[in-house]
Each structure stands twice: as C-alpha cells, then as structure tokens.
Design a protein around this ligand. Structure first.
Ligand SMILES: [Zn+2]
Length: 327
C-alpha cells in the first residue's frame, strides 16, 4: 500500500498570542475536520489541551518539556508512534497533523527534525509554519525575545492577533519590523479569532520549504529557556482576593513572569479558567469549558511560566503563595 506523506502544520506563537483560540476555531472547520493535533505545553497540568480536546478526533499532549529543546526527542518519538498507530488503525485516520508548540519554542529545531529524521522525513511533509503574534505587544516582543523573532523568521504565514487593541501607527512600525525579519512570509490579521482555516490554507504555499534561521541562532538545544511552576489550590477563594494577590505579584515580578494559566475554585462562580499573558492588564477569569463532575477535569491550581533562571525574589514569592494556598 502506498502511503502519501502526511502534511504537518507547525503552529507557533509567543505566550498569550492567541494560538490556542485560533486552533480551536480551525478544528471546527471542515478543512481540518480530519486533523490530528499534538499540543506541547510547559508544566505538569495540561491547560491548552483541555481547550481543544473535544474539537478533534485525535489529540496528543506532550507535557513538561518544550519541543525545541529538551522535548525534541519525545516529539520525534510521538510523531513516529502516531504514524504507526494510524497505519494500524489504532487511531482515526487523520489527513493532517497539527503541532501546537509552546509559546517559547523556536520552530527551527522541529523543522530540522522533520527534514532529517529518516522516518519523519519519509512519512510526513511540511504543510507550513503558522506563527501568531499579539499585535498590541508584538514590536516590544520582537525587540526583547529571541524566540519571538525565531518564530516570525520560520513562518510562512504570520497571523497578527488582537488587532482590535492596536493603533494604526503602532501597526505600521510592526509591519516594517516583520518585513525585515521575514520578507518571505505572508501576513494576515485576526481579531477575536475571526481568521479561518480556509483563509489560512489559501495563504500557505503548496510546497513550503523550511525557512532557514535568518538572523539569530536558535537557542542552545538541551537547555531549557523557561521554568514552569504549578501551584495547586485546595480551597475555594474569593475572586477579588485572588486577583489582588496576582496583581501584587505581577507589579513586583512582572519581568520574570511570562504567563499564568490554570483552573481555580471560586467561592461565587465555582470552577473557572484563569489566564494572563504579557500585555494583559490583569488576569482573565472565565467559566471553565468543562464542568466539575467530569473525571478528566484538571486539578485546581495555577501554572506560572517564568524566565529561566528565575530571580530568587520571585521564587520566594511563589513559594509563599504555595504555602498560603496549601492550608
Ligand atoms: Zn524549547
């Protein structure tokens, strides 16, 4: 039996750039109804996977290690396993595979693995690299974050998200910077995830090649570039108290904290999702997509993704917070 290589779409984008919201939408569309998804997340407790599972026939979670550095061997192994499982009909027959990387991943090592690994290069082919970038903080990020630059450089399509939050003059400076970093990419825009998979596929080249890193070298493989700390929450909290506590920490250690996400038990509104990303004025609380009583509900607690190495004062603040919640 001849099996054609399966297209792999690499979805990348800095922490809080809205890639999970877009992916969640894309998986509901007929063009990607037959897609399998690999979600790579920092931290022991999956959050993004909770958001997309249910929308897709096959979702795999790769946790704890980032696919561009210490998690790369596990990703290669997972792609090989998923290929054999498909061939032996142990999973639904997917026609595309989408890899959602962590927000801090440099896509180039993953592209290199797809190109050079004997099994992966034969069984899969690159469908394209899609990079989301939060337009309201994009210019700052592209100045300060090597990963954000690498993500733009690797992209075939850059989707500028949160367009409703950005002024025209800031946007033209951002566009200029993007064209310098990656003159070959196509740019698209999205506000409230209103950019469809069909629009995306129309913008991707039919036989994309991997863009080489143009300016900056990739992060050193095998060296983690962020930490994640999970703080369990065993008791229900008042929302104002929780938000005040987080606001205090962000005011003091905002430079160390890259993302906060998880589920919390609130006195008034029950089990809720909490998210904060760079550029947000305060954490956002929303009703959890899954309700208590389901056995696969993730435990209540917050994952803090922080810079590595983490400052001692921020470490102490997180430890104090963990002690206070463990009552
Ligand atoms: Zn990495």
């Amino acid at each position: 039996m001849v099996t054609r290589p399966i297209p792999v779409y690499l979805l990348t984008g800095y922490l809080g750039s809205g890639k999970t919201s877009l992916l969640n939408r894309w998986l509901q569309e007929p063009v990607w109804a037959q897609a399998a998804v690999v979600v790579n997340e920092f931290g022991q407790v999956g959050f993004d996977q909770q958001v997309i599972s249910g929308a897709v026939q096959s979702a795999q979670l790769l946790q704890g290690a980032c696919v561009c550095c210490e998690g790369l061997p596990a990703l290669s192994e997972m792609l090989a396993d998923v290929f054999w499982a498909r061939l032996h009909r142990q999973v639904p027959r997917f026609e595309q595979l989408i890899i959602e990387t962590t927000g801090l991943a440099d896509p180039h090592p993953v592209l290199e693995a797809l190109r050079t690994d004997p099994l992966l290069s034969k069984r899969y082919r690159l469908g394209g690299v899609i990079t989301t970038l939060n337009a309201s903080v994009g210019l700052d990020l592209l100045t300060t974050s090597r990963q954000a630059q690498a993500q733009v450089q690797a992209a075939h399509v850059v989707v500028l998200t949160k367009m409703d939050l950005v002024a025209d003059h800031a946007l033209s400076a951002l566009r200029q910077r993007l064209c310098q970093l990656n003159p070959l990419a196509t740019f698209a825009t999205s506000a409230h995830a209103n950019f469809s998979a069909q629009q995306l596929l129309a913008l991707l080249p039919s036989t994309p090649s991997a863009h080489p890193p143009l300016v900056n070298p990739s992060p050193v493989q095998g060296q983690p570039h962020a930490h994640s700390v999970f703080i369990p929450m065993h008791q229900a909290l008042q929302a104002p108290r929780l938000l005040a506590w987080l606001a205090l920490g962000l005011a003091q250690f905002g430079a160390d904290i890259l993302r906060i996400k998880g589920h919390v038990q609130l006195v008034d509104s029950g089990y809720s999702a909490l998210q904060w990303s760079l550029g947000d004025s305060q954490p956002e609380l929303s009703p959890a997509s899954q309700q208590p009583g389901r056995s696969d509900l993730p435990p209540a607690g917050l994952t803090f993704i922080t810079r590595a190495p983490l400052s001692a004062s921020c470490q102490a603040w997180l430890a104090q917070w963990a002690r206070a919640l463990d009552l």
